[in-house]
Design a protein around this ligand. Structure first.
Ligand SMILES: [Zn+2]
Length: 344
């Protein structure tokens, strides 16, 4: 180690002696300053998440399972908890190895160049025999590890830790608190923005666009709701039985079938609603066929099931109704959030 000045490599030196150098490489960060983490569980999907700054507020510290900022990580998708080192991402390990290889090669190349220059300077001018040492200079491009932020980027509403996931998650990776409702609140925020766009279109005189945006927002509430029910159900079954349930097909597209599914695991998240709210929720779910699949046109099936409206006419839908629908869905998701098992 003492033969070459490892200028580049030694920037990462944290210890070691003799022929051994201990290095520590900082993980590549996303534009928002997050690092990659990967759940080590074989059956966890999508496993990849991102961890950001921990200096946020702590709005609900009482819900934290683990003290924020202390050692330990929890997978936001499957709830597996373990040492921070278990969650090192393969991509980061590969990036660190690439950087070490580059730094070592660059240092050796620089050292050989210096040796050659020194040797050549030491040659006597005018002597009968002269020697010149040359080295083959190769361009060594430095590897660059580029990281993109995941689309769903939020902060745990218990400890304030920023993190990124693919669309939905169950737990905070830092404090392990249940975060299913935190994610659904983000869905509600997006819905509110869509409703605001619809209102803007209406006030601009574009009623047709306004109606289309409203319909899309209604459809998005339902899509999000079904996804949250499905993800929570799958997780709860997995945690109680050790195996994942089979594909659930359309099991969560109807209140009766969804209630039956959760009853199998002793839960009734719909009891978060009053009878009137549950009825309104069920009606909104029935409206999907018309709003999402029939350009808003009432058909005979809708008239038969709902006992309202006139076939062939456009279904009236209001932003107040869509906002209330999102709130009712959030109440059901809140019950599931409370029912999530504590990660271990
Ligand atoms: Zn947290």
């Amino acid at each position: 180690m003492s033969r070459f000045p490892f200028k580049n490599l030694e920037k990462y030196k944290v210890g070691g002696s003799g022929d051994t150098m201990h290095l520590a490489m900082p993980a590549p960060v996303t534009p928002k300053g997050k690092i990659l983490r990967r759940c080590p569980q074989d059956d966890c999907q999508p496993a990849l998440f991102q961890l950001g700054d921990g200096s946020g507020t702590h709005p609900r510290p009482g819900k934290c399972v683990r003290t924020p900022g202390t050692p330990g990580t929890t997978c936001p998708y499957c709830g597996h908890s373990g040492a921070d080192s278990e969650f090192a991402a393969e991509e980061d390990i590969a990036a660190a190895l690439a950087e070490v290889k580059w730094a070592a090669a660059k240092d050796i190349q620089d050292a050989l160049n210096d040796m050659a220059k020194k040797f050549n300077r030491g040659q006597k001018r005018g002597s009968l025999i002269s020697m010149k040492m040359t080295t083959q200079h190769r361009h060594l491009p430095r590897p660059v590890a580029y990281r993109e932020d995941l689309l769903r980027d939020l902060a745990c509403d218990c400890c304030g830790r920023q993190y990124g996931v693919f669309a939905i998650a169950l737990h905070c990776p830092d404090c392990a608190a249940p975060n299913l409702l935190t994610h659904f609140k983000r869905e509600t925020e997006l819905i509110d923005l869509q409703l605001a766009l619809s209102e803007t279109a209406r006030s601009d005189g574009n009623a047709e666009l306004s109606h289309r945006l409203l319909g899309n927002a209604h459809e998005d509430v339902l899509t999000a709701f079904e996804t949250y029910l499905k993800v929570a159900y799958s997780h709860l079954v997995y945690k109680s039985s050790g195996s994942r349930p089979k594909a659930q097909k359309n099991r969560f597209q109807n209140v009766g079938r969804a209630k039956a599914a959760f009853a199998e695991i002793g839960l009734d998240p719909f009891n978060a609603l009053t009878d009137a709210e549950l009825e309104a929720l069920s009606e909104n779910i029935e409206k999907r066929h018309v709003v999402g699949h029939n350009l808003g046109l009432i058909d005979d099936h809708f008239v038969n099931v709902m006992e309202e409206g006139e076939a062939g006419k456009t279904l009236e839908i209001s932003s107040t109704e869509v906002a209330a629908f999102a709130i009712q869905c959030g109440q059901v998701v809140g019950r599931l959030d409370e029912a999530l098992p504590v990660p271990v």
